[in-house]
Design a protein around this ligand. Structure first.
Ligand code: ADP
Length: 407
């Protein structure tokens, strides 16, 4: 049931000013609580009330008080919404302005004599909530005051309508961005997977040609390319799967105690032979300290970092240092390669992030550091990066040591 039309001509000049001021707040303030605070203050200048409460209809029969201000009498009972609850139910049920004048309380306490004015809030003819004013101990609401309160309610309804619109636009924007990200992801993944696949297909077709004979050396060269590209393809698929499992928290970690010294000396052996163009120094610490780790996953972190050094800082001098500090081991992996400009550093561990200046001609998916970070976090550790253009890059991994009970 819609409320009767509101008559602006019945408003006094100071009331009209207040209504315009409220209208301005609604048009200019997107923060609803902030706007309601301002509207309460403006309304108080032209309408007497002790409490104001706004209820929003939620679902079929539910009402939620979303704003309450106690200004005059009964300030302490701001949280006591019992008067308002009943009035709001009544207003929403009938869709009409509602007044209730209390009988004189036998104890003479004004707080037990609420005079209630309940007004329906509407959007597009639909009742969306109720605004309740309370005066303790009167006076009664005059028709002019009820008329003014209906104006205020109309503006508050607009405020919520605006909020709904803003939320809807934000949701649409988020949905659009998600679709855009999915498109970018599919384009990137297809490109990355297609490149090695293209090589494999091209060289296989060439080898299968019946009109040409390939000497043994050429055949070997082609087969080596096919073999390498197949490895790259499977590494890429593995990375994609790992990264989605890590994000979903579904990559199991097989944590066990391992000596820090053992990890360090394994690294020395592993990388010295693998990367002969790099000069790698590993400082093996002399310590009994142990960490809880999934060795396979931790090696994956070092592999990703060293693989990057090989790609982006070829021929560099590199150091891996282990330092035991209090209750953690700090592992630094340092190269003296081209470095990374400061603006890229905050994004380096983001999924699919690649530094444009460095990625020309160097293949990668921007997943290596993302995966490294997730694995380190699954160890309750952290990984950070420091770098300067033309000076080199340093990654620092901190992992908690197992506490040794000496007692
Ligand atoms: P990618 O598959 O591109 O190598 P990563 O997540 O492993 O992805 O690395 C992200 C980006 O960080 C790389 O594309 C590269 O631009 C930069 N990067 C990583 N390590 C180094 C390094 N040691 N020196 C210079 N740039 C690096």
């Amino acid at each position: 049931m819609p409320t009767k039309s509101i008559q602006a001509s019945t408003l006094r000049p100071d009331e009209l000013d207040a209504v315009y001021a409220i209208n301005k707040v609604v048009a200019e303030t997107y923060e609803v609580d902030d706007a309601l605070d301002q509207i309460t203050k403006i309304s108080r200048k032209v309408l007497i009330f002790d409490n104001a409460v706004i209820y929003l209809a939620q679902g079929e029969n539910d009402l939620a008080p979303i704003f309450a201000r106690a200004i005059g009498r009964g300030k302490e009972s701001a949280s006591e919404l019992v008067w308002g609850d009943k009035a709001a139910e009544e207003v929403i049920k009938n869709g009409e302005t509602f007044t209730h004048e209390s009988n004189i309380a036998p104890d003479g306490d004004r707080l037990n004599q609420p005079y209630i004015l309940g007004l329906p809030m509407q959007i597009g003819g639909q009742i969306t909530g109720a605004l309740i004013f309370i005066r303790f101990g009167g006076p009664e609401y005059t028709q002019e005051q009820i008329n003014l309160a209906e104006f205020i309610t109309l503006h508050i309804s607009h405020l919520f309508q605006n909020k709904k619109l803003v939320e809807r636009i934000a949701n649409l924007e988020a949905e659009r961005r998600l679709v855009e990200l999915q498109d970018e992801f599919i384009a990137m993944v297809s490109h990355e997977l297609n490149t090695p696949l293209g090589f494999i297909k091209g060289y296989t077709t060439t080898l299968l040609r019946t009109d040409t004979e390939w000497d043994h050396e050429t055949q070997n060269e082609f087969l080596t390319i096919i073999d390498e590209e197949a490895d790259r393809l499977s590494e890429m698929i593995e990375n994609l799967l790992d990264s989605s499992r890590l994000q979903a928290g579904a990559l199991p970690m097989d944590l066990r105690p391992v000596m820090v010294e053992t990890i360090a000396s394994d690294l020395q052996e592993r990388y010295q032979s693998r990367y002969q163009n790099l000069t790698i120094e590993v400082k093996v610490p002399n310590t009994n300290a142990k960490i809880m780790t999934d060795p396979k996953r931790l090696i994956q972190v070092f592999d990703n970092l060293m693989n990057n050094i090989n790609k982006y800082a070829p021929n560099s001098h590199d150091r891996i240092d282990f330092n035991i500090n209090n209750n953690e081991v700090e592992i630094t992996i340092r190269d003296d390669g081209p470095g990374i400009a400061p603006k890229h550093l905050p994004h380096l561990f983001d999924q699919f992030y690649r530094v444009p200046e460095l990625s020309g001609g160097v293949r990668g998916s921007g997943l290596g550091l993302f995966i490294a970070n997730m694995i380190v976090q699954a160890h309750n550790g952290s990984i950070t990066v420091e770098s300067k253009s033309n000076e080199g890059t340093c990654f620092c991994i901190s992992l908690p040591l197992i506490e040794v009970n000496n007692g």
